[in-house]
Design a protein around this ligand. Structure first.
Ligand SMILES: CC(C)(CO)C(=O)C(=O)O
Length: 366
């Protein structure tokens, strides 16, 4: 038995692996990582990490690695104090985060930390796990898995951690706040990263959306990184800055008074010389699904509800939806009729649902 906090990591790409490494470096957490595409590589060789915060690390493995999410109702299974979710949030593709973590959650005990981008990501989680603290993690790290098990971490790990609140939660707000503070101290224990308790999670998420809802989508569609856009100038002035102002106006209508200076801060926030590709651009390049619903779709739906015009965002959303359809087709999730065959329907989706389930998703509460 150990008195360390038992953490289950789901999503061991760049961000997740660095979080796991940092938690274990602090000496207070024992991490079990669920690996998928990199499982075999990491089992044999461990992770090779080149990190701006932690230096060069070879053959590192978290305390345990698993190939699938454990079911804590199995006899003898350990229970997890924290589930740290660092997967992409792609609610239009199954399995959604709720489905993924369902077997590993112990009601009334496990804190669920969503270290993920986007808006309203907590709603289906709180609905499914109303007795668990659900914690927001807003990350500013630059970390990429360049090949299976190889991580390049070149922009410092800074995270904001706070409690999500919702009237449907069945635990007092104070309990979620306490759980968020406990996680923030666990994450800070290494002394190598910046982890701050965040008392206004919604504000921080809207602030970060100024970057994610604009750069992520535009870099993904055009294939241009953020440094090149800044060097050329016109991609920023013609496309990025106007989109940022749209998000800023929606945030203001929601009651979040972001300073005007946030626009320039976000434009310039990536180190100039890293030719940084936001995660959505990296996903498109790898042929992965893109997390555009919570990053672009949700702020757009908020704008529609509030009557705030967001034509640029609307166009970007449409383009990203087209990209997602192409990715679905490339993965065999869409069937097209043969050329010249009038008897088959126009377009068919197989295996996966093509609906945005998002916050309205009904998953039986645990
Ligand atoms: C913080 C940043 C820019 C890198 O992790 C990000 O959120 C993203 O690329 O999606």
């Amino acid at each position: 038995m150990t008195d360390k906090t038992n953490v289950l990591l789901i999503g061991a790409g760049g961000v997740g692996t660095m979080a796991a490494y940092n938690l274990e470096a602090g000496g207070q957490a024992s991490v079990t990582a669920v690996l998928r595409s990199n499982y075999s590589a990491v089992k044999v060789n461990g992770f090779t990490i080149t990190s701006i915060d932690h230096g060069f690390v070879k053959e590192w493995r978290p305390t345990h690695i698993l190939h699938s999410v454990p079911d804590v109702s199995n006899e003898g299974s350990p229970i997890y104090d924290v589930i740290l979710v660092t997967t992409k949030n792609v609610p239009d593709i199954s399995p959604m985060v709720v489905e993924l973590i369902y077997p590993a959650v112990t009601p009334n005990h496990t804190s669920i930390v969503l270290l993920q981008n986007g808006l309203n990501i907590e709603l289906p989680i709180i609905a499914a796990f109303p007795t668990n603290p659900v914690i927001s993690g807003v990350s500013l790290i630059g970390a990429t898995e360049t090949s299976p098990g190889h991580i390049v971490h070149d922009d410092r790990d800074r995270i904001l951690v706070g409690a999500f609140h919702s009237p449907i939660s069945q635990i007092p707000e104070g309990k979620s706040i306490a759980a968020a503070k406990v996680f923030a101290s666990l994450y800070s224990a290494s002394g190598k990263v910046s982890c701050t308790y965040d008392s206004n999670v919604a504000f921080s998420r809207w602030r970060k959306l100024i970057y994610n809802a604009t750069y992520n989508g535009v870099c993904a569609i055009t294939g241009m990184d953020t440094s090149r856009m800044r060097m050329a100038g016109f991609p920023i002035e013609d496309v990025i800055r106007p989109l940022m102002w749209e998000i800023w106006r929606i945030a203001r209508a929601k009651g979040h008074e972001l300073p005007e200076s946030v626009i320039q801060d976000m434009i310039d926030c990536d180190p100039w010389d890293t030719y940084f590709k936001p995660s959505m651009q990296q996903d498109i390049e790898k042929g992965n699904f893109i997390e555009f619903e919570n990053i672009v779709g949700e702020p757009l739906r908020e704008a529609e509800k509030l009557g705030i015009p967001a034509p640029g965002l609307n166009m970007l959303y449409g383009l990203l939806k087209i990209k997602q359809l192409q990715i679905k087709e490339s993965k065999g999730l869409v069937i097209l009729p043969a050329k010249g065959d009038p008897t088959r329907p126009m377009l068919q989706f197989i295996k996966q649902k093509d609906v945005f389930l998002g916050p309205d998703c009904k998953f039986e509460a645990k």
